[in-house]
Ligand binder design. Structure first.
Ligand code: G
Ligand code: G
Ligand code: MN
Ligand code: NA
Length: 261
């Protein structure tokens, strides 16, 4: 797999594809953002999923180049959608946002911020519409450089999301230490929402704290209307999950933007 991946990363444009999962406003179902999710099409129409090859790419370091490709591709696709929708300024709505996953290994590269800066400066993406999704493995590193890099990303107008929030040892102290703009509440909390008062209380508590801190919340893995209704009722602003949409191919995502703006 390692060698196969090496060859693919060298010709990333023809080897990989990005799929895009809608993130919606829970109060009205409107499209707010897309999360870019990488796919590796194989022969015979098989599709290799990131759970299989991202860990390999992280281990080997290929994630650095692959991740840069994902960023550049997602920003270019986002530019296209923003052009389709027209300038957000005149419409009284925020621009369509792009969420991109970043691995710890990628974030730790000395030139990570330079790579991101070059990509956003070379693009017509509206300021404030790129969000990087980081996992706890980035944040548990108390290095001063992590802080400096995050401040610099913020200065570039880039949002920082904590992905899979609530799992592992991810803690509220990250909200105090880092310039976090979004929390993504992990699917495992959303699963039990309708059946467990305890799960409900946890999610509601996280949503309240985030709101008071001016941090946006995205509930992940919403699969039914009961979950959606409870989240909307507790004031959770944004959601993502199969109830709204599976990850879409580029063509499907294009069609969605054309249809709904
Ligand atoms: O839908 P899904 O199977 O796409 O994603 C599985 C996992 O792979 C998720 O944890 C997701 O964050 C991760 N993932 C998907 N795309 C990327 C990517 O471009 N970069 C990184 N680092 N992780 C990704
Ligand atoms: O770790 P991260 O949050 O980036 O992972 C996103 C992953 O979650 C992707 O694999 C995506 O396909 C998957 N996903 C998104 N929505 C749902 C959902 O409603 N149910 C399930 N089971 N998986 C989901
Ligand atoms: Mn994610
Ligand atoms: Na997640």
């Amino acid at each position: 797999l390692n060698e196969h991946l090496d060859n693919a990363v060298a010709v990333a444009d023809s080897a990989f594809a990005l799929h895009y999962q809608p993130i919606v406003d829970l109060s009205n179902g409107e499209l707010v953002a897309f999360e870019a999710l990488v796919r590796w099409p194989q022969d015979q129409r098989a599709m290799m999923m990131p759970d299989e090859f991202i860990p390999v790419a992280e281990e080997s370091g290929q994630i650095v180049r692959l991740g840069a490709w994902v960023l550049q591709r997602a920003v270019a696709d986002g530019e296209g959608w923003q052009r389709l929708r027209g300038p957000s300024a005149g419409r009284g709505v925020p621009p369509l946002r792009l969420n991109v996953n970043v691995s710890a290994r990628q974030f730790r590269e000395a030139d990570f911020v330079d790579v991101v800066r070059d990509i956003v400066r070379g693009s017509a993406l509206e300021r404030g519409s790129l969000v990087l999704e980081l996992t706890e493995s980035v944040l548990m590193n108390r290095d001063e450089r992590v802080h400096a890099d995050m401040r610099e990303l913020c200065d570039l107008g880039i949002g920082i999301a904590i992905d899979d929030f609530g799992t592992g040892y991810s803690s509220l102290s990250y909200l105090r230490e880092f310039p976090i703009s979004i929390l993504k509440i992990d699917k495992s909390f959303i699963d039990g929402l309708a059946h467990s008062a305890q799960q409900y209380a946890l999610v509601e508590g996280i949503a309240r704290i985030a709101e008071k801190l001016g941090v946006e919340v995205i509930a992940e893995g919403i699969e039914n209307t009961a979950q959606r209704d409870l989240l909307a009722e507790m004031g959770c602003p944004l959601g993502q999950g199969y109830l709204f949409s599976h990850p879409l191919s580029l063509e499907e995502a294009d069609a969605l933007v054309r249809l709904h703006g």
